[in-house]
Write a new protein. Structure first.
Length: 504
């Protein structure tokens, strides 16, 4: 490059150098609090449970100061800019790193607005890209709210940006339409009422998670309890009597149930689904407002899930899988609808993903495989039962456990099924929850045919369908399908290579 060319490009280069932005200064405090939260239990156990002496008494204050200094320098050297429809990141205290994220690699843009963020009018943004794995490619801890639309427009597709501009002009020309148009330049197609969110919490089955969390907390404070605590507690419990113990246990279960409902309301309150062009924006949360933007053409599968309680009342939840956008609490999927009856579920699916509508036609498995499902679920428990009967007094009472798992195996057989149309595959199976998985043919990454020695003699096989997801891949399996059912399944799948990939 000669001197004349460099001089001509100098204004543009200076503009790029001066357009770098830093996150809001509050991100220093937010990052510091996040690190403390992650390290709280290890610090608590190592510094306090082991005892505090003259040396360890200085470790914690020094660690806090060092961590705070690190957060400051991380903020100072972290810069970003939007240029030519790509996001550029520069970071690193000792080793400088630059990352360029182009719009065609972006899978999802998630916006979080916790309570502390809203106090300072900032938001947290997570951007996931193709091949980014389970963690977000980029996380902007605290940026001004006004920059959200700039990032979405820069990283969105051309037709989406044009659609956003059209929506903006329509809002300016006709103020009456503002009630129907969301703040994110789209139309709200699903606004879940609070009573439905509460019902979702009542039937969610999160009580076990609350008990597990409580057990984890008590396991950490075990060393801090005084000597003889358990002996005194055991004596106090025995003196209460059987009925009082049952009442206390039921009271604890009721409290845990209430906490699980409260957690669901906090997590899914103000749940809205917004559609704008070829994308959907899912907004939710009471204390922490979350917004997740998903490209519809990158959705790889839809799951309709119902636990036994919800199934009894005819309610389902909708999850979508995509190559990015899922969270750990939802098994790295995204909740499209926390709870709804069949009519509501079908209406929402028709508006967003008509090719993955709630499919009611399912071909059940042959009746001769019912015994295989029941034995598969209860075989180990029956062996344990016979051993307990021999070695444990009144061990016959344990028979309730293998009977329960035998019934679970029967339910798994009864609910399992498969359906094939011209454009999608439906696999329905149950572990504990019933899941109806709608997999468009153009989104199936691979199909696997498996047949064991025993299946071969009974003319059965197992089918596995793999799709792309946040974790890199998700596999759906169904065992003991008759070989005569859908004999041309792989010919059906092979047609995807002869057609152009479609958007559904």
């Amino acid at each position: 490059m000669n001197l004349e060319t460099r001089l001509q490009n100098w204004p543009e280069r200076m503009k790029m150098m001066t357009d770098w932005n830093r996150m809001n200064k509050i991100s220093i405090l937010l990052m510091f609090m996040m690190k403390i939260k992650q390290l709280f239990i290890p610090l608590f156990v190592s510094l306090f449970a082991g005892g505090i002496n003259e040396i360890t008494g200085w470790i914690f204050p020094v660690f806090i100061v060092v961590l705070l200094v690190y957060c400051f320098f991380y903020w100072f050297y972290f810069k970003y800019q939007l240029e030519n429809n790509e996001l550029r990141i520069e970071k690193g205290i000792f080793i400088k790193k630059r990352r360029y994220i182009q719009k065609n690699r972006v899978q999802s843009v998630a916006v979080h607005s916790p309570l502390l963020h809203r106090m300072f009018n900032v938001v947290k943004i997570k951007i996931e890209t193709a091949g980014g794995g389970m963690e977000a490619e980029v996380e902007l801890i605290a940026i001004p709210e006004k920059q959200i639309n700039d990032i979405r427009q820069s990283l969105g597709k051309q037709e989406e940006r044009e659609q956003m501009e059209v929506n903006q002009r329509e809002r300016n020309s006709d103020s009456q339409d503002e009630a129907r148009v969301a703040d994110n330049d789209g139309t709200i197609i699903e606004d879940v009422p609070m009573k439905t969110i509460i019902l979702s919490g009542v039937t969610s089955g999160k009580v076990g998670l609350v008990f597990s969390a409580a057990a984890a907390v008590f396991s950490q404070i075990d060393q801090l309890l005084p000597a003889g605590f358990y002996e005194k507690s055991y004596g106090a419990l025995l003196s209460m009597g059987t009925f009082l113990l049952i009442g206390a246990f039921l009271m604890l279960a009721l409290i845990a149930w209430g906490i699980s409902v409260l957690l669901t309301v906090i997590q899914y309150g103000n749940f809205k689904v917004i559609k704008s062009g070829n994308k959907i924006i899912i907004s939710r949360g009471l204390l922490e407002k979350r917004e997740l933007t998903l490209q519809l053409d990158r959705v790889t599968g839809v799951r309709y899930v119902s636990n036994p309680i919800r199934q009894w009342f005819g309610y389902w939840s909708i999850y979508v899988d995509s190559a990015g956008g899922g969270i750990e609490e939802e098994q790295f999927s995204t909740v499209l609808l926390p709870l709804g009856d069949k009519n509501r579920v079908q209406r929402l699916a028709e508006q967003i993903l008509p090719e993955t509508n709630f499919q009611t036609e399912i071909n059940s498995l042959p009746r001769r495989v019912a015994l295989r499902y029941m034995l598969r679920a209860s075989f180990v428990w029956w062996i344990l039962f016979f051993a307990i009967v021999v070695w444990v007094p009144r061990g016959w009472l344990f028979i309730l456990v293998p009977i329960l798992f035998t019934y679970i195996g029967w339910q798994r057989y009864k609910d399992a099924g498969i359906f094939l149309s011209s454009e999608y595959l439906v696999i329905q199976a149950r572990n504990f929850n019933l899941a109806r998985n709608i997999l468009p043919r153009m989104k199936i990454h691979s199909l696997t045919y498996q047949q064991s020695y025993f299946q071969k003699h009974r003319q059965l096989y197992s089918l596995s369908a793999n799709i792309l997801s946040t974790t890199g891949g998700r596999t759906y399996r169904l065992k003991d399908i008759e070989t005569g059912v859908y004999p041309n399944l792989f010919n059906w799948y092979a047609k995807r290579n002869n057609k152009k990939r479609q958007v559904f």
